[in-house]
Design a protein around this ligand. Structure first.
Ligand code: SF4
Ligand code: SF4
Length: 178
């Protein structure tokens, strides 16, 4: 049997980020249409220590870095974000154990809104929302489907499959240092 030729053409990071952004917005539209109630007035506990243990993949990490570097609206927040990423990552390095540690997300603004809502927001965040009366959770089906699409885009960019994620502050800290 003839051996299949491997396609070695890789997707550029720029194209991979554009495709991830399109996926993110499609998923957002899909899940937002089924939101049970508004997040308005909530103390964003899903983004904070005690509840938040968000993991991100390598491509999602690049999307966060791109958003922070290119969005003029985030200019005044860049220093504070970098400080929060650094201090939170330092704490999480010490706390890593069998249980995933929780943390205040470095991208949570002082007004308790996500600073990276839109392009760059991780898929796990996009699919976490009020799902029924007084109850918030991941929209599991939408997340699983979107994650597989993310994996396909990321594999085209990296040239190999990498399914594991990393705690967001550690991922951002390490990618920013590269
Ligand atoms: S990226 Fe935004 S939505 Fe996700 S945990 Fe951080 S603040 Fe919350
Ligand atoms: S998803 Fe739930 S916990 Fe998170 S901000 Fe919205 S209402 Fe609050």
């Amino acid at each position: 049997m003839a051996r299949q030729r491997r396609n070695r053409r890789r997707l550029s990071l720029e194209d991979a980020l554009d495709r991830l952004a399109a996926l993110t917005e499609r998923v957002r539209e899909d899940v937002e249409a089924r939101r049970a109630f508004s997040c308005e007035g909530c103390d964003a506990r899903c983004c904070r220590v005690g509840a938040n243990a968000m993991l991100v993949t390598r491509l999602e990490t690049e999307a966060l870095l791109e958003r922070v570097a290119t969005d003029p609206a985030l200019e005044e927040h860049r220093e504070a974000i970098a400080e929060r990423v650094s201090s939170t990552a330092a704490r999480l390095y010490d706390e890593e154990g069998p249980e995933l540690p929780t943390y205040d997300c470095p991208f949570l603004g002082e007004d308790l809104r996500c600073l990276v809502h839109g392009r760059g927001q991780p898929l796990g965040c996009v699919t976490f929302m009020p799902v029924r009366d007084e109850f918030c959770d991941h929209r599991e089906d939408e997340f699983v489907e979107a994650f597989e699409e993310l994996m396909a885009i990321q594999a085209e960019w990296l040239g190999f499959e990498e399914r594991e994620g990393e705690l967001l502050p550690i991922a951002v800290q390490e990618a920013a240092a590269e």
